[in-house]
Ligand binder design. Sequence first.
Ligand SMILES: [Fe+2]
Length: 295
Amino acid sequence: MGSRARSEAAGSDAASSGRVPVRIAHISDLHHDGSPTRRAAIAEALSEVLRVEPDAVVVSGDLTDDGSRDCFAEVTELLAPLEGTPTIVVPGNRDVRQCLPEGRPAGQLRRAVRSMREVDAHDLVVGDAPSPLEFARWFGAANLVHRTDRLVVVGIDTNRSVPRRVLASAREAFLAAPAGAMRVLVQHHPLLPVPDKKLAGGDITRNAGDLIELAVEAGVDVICSGHHHRSHVASIHWEGTHVQLSMAPMLAVSSDRKHRGYHLIEQVPGGTRIQAIRTDLPAPAPAAGPSHAVR
Ligand SMILES: [Fe+2]
């Protein structure tokens, strides 16, 4: 069943069954640099995110500015309030700048915060050596699945061309999703450019076509990405199916040209709604930006 038909069924299922629709907070590009200013901004933004009581939080990479152990340690502490909310994290290009010393036993790389990410996860690349990156010390696998009866999220590391076996495992996970469950793919690199950002090499997912093919074939509802540091929502239509692209801004950093905030993704009757929430406005509560197209 295509995404369109399946998502419409998901929306109406949730509405007619009395089941509470899924609500996801999509955050990205925290870029923690170790400074007290950035630390305070991230903490404040995360408390705003939690106020909307999401069913899950997806973090599409660049949690740190430089991939250093100190920044990972601090950002892990900053994410601690999310404990209890399934949190799916993938690495961004900034997060993979520093590697662990070679020969480190794999078992020692998996650490405490792994348990807070999900309730039913497994590595997509079962049997593979774990990532040699500092990221793995704090967050475990860079490719993972989170699955409940209402939601399937697959996180993929796009810092390299996504291997065929990972694409196949992701496809399998989505196709096995329970009827009516929302299907979400999370990756750092976007699949499309945005109008107001000049692209540099490596800004777009290397094998973007493979990811788009996976999404349309496996009925993915939303692909969440970061890296552009701008809030954009787009759609890909293909042979009667359609996939929404949620490209989130930086969570806690803004400038004259860039707003900070996050995206709220919700099942609504008839589809999925993605809403840009700005956290840089002088309002007592998060202010909603333009509501992006549902369908
Ligand atoms: Fe990035």
